[in-house]
Design a protein around this ligand. Sequence first.
Ligand SMILES: [Mg+2]
Length: 371
Amino acid sequence: MKIKDIRASVHTTSIDVPLLAGKVRGYGREEQKEFVFCEVETDEGLTGVALTGHFLARSVVAALKHHFLPVVADMDPREVEAVHERVWRKLNPRAMTGVVSSALSVLDIALWDINGKHAGRSVASLLGGARTELPTYVTFGFPQYDRETLAAAARLQLEHGFRAMKLVVGVDKGGWREDAARVRVVRETVGDDVDIMIDANYLFTPADAKFLCRAIEDYGITWFEEPLHQNDARAMADLRAHTRIPIAAGQMEGHRWRLRELVERQAVDILQPNACYCGGFTEARKAAHLAQIYNLPVAHGGGWPLFNMHTLAGLMNGWILEWHVGMVQVGELLFPDAPHPVDGRIAIPDLPGLGLAVNRDALRETLVPEH
Ligand SMILES: [Mg+2]
């Protein structure tokens, strides 16, 4: 079997934020306006699909077309290590991240989809088949909510069956004191038996992160995700040493050496490789194995659960899957038959590959015309 073609395109959509009127363009934060859909075709007629998002989507598409396809054309899609070896040698000998990592991610994910279809097994099974379902947490706590609406949104997610939920911190007027008040509101709303995670998306200084941790230490926070500017591993290790709240990070790190630094510096309690950004399942598996050696779980941040569920289900230290109420609307649009959490748990599709059937109409409707 040989890789014959890589097709990639830029898409955009709008989402509903629960309890707020009107649609929001994109699927979350300011940088989340466009995403990349990629499809790899083989000479035997099998195709594989993948998504990545957020950053420089148009450049990722150009990289796949002009740089990746000439390098990997005619290679066997099952030989993923050979594909990575050639991409690293020809396109990324200086270990950059960003566009090259996002492009490698969608290529690799599509290859695993092809390989699963060829073998008649799910990607989770090919990765090791550690489990057939996963616990999920819902990312619901948008910064647009005032405290009252935040509480109502938390109640809504309880009604939907979620027993773990994440809110954004570090973006509100009022600084860490407002964040602390919002965490308290959510804890008082959901009670003590629900897991609460918080995510700063790199936005705190070390001092402000320490102030917030001190203020919310008694609220039983499950993890504090990506608290600090630049995901600075040295500073995160220092924060971790000063708080009882577990630290999680890694969703946007573009290869295993960046993830290794978080582990080696003892900066994290939970490692969060995201296959759509770190270099696909091939690279996420390496990060998960690294975490196993250090007795760390891998959990999920950065969205795209329909892909990352295979890593967490496949590997023995896979833990809990993120169900981001914005980004999952993209998945529901493009893959309407995909699974959905029931009572906070999601079943991994027992289908070949990723188990995703593409809605071609939605793909056409969301397409951003070429410039
Ligand atoms: Mg995050």
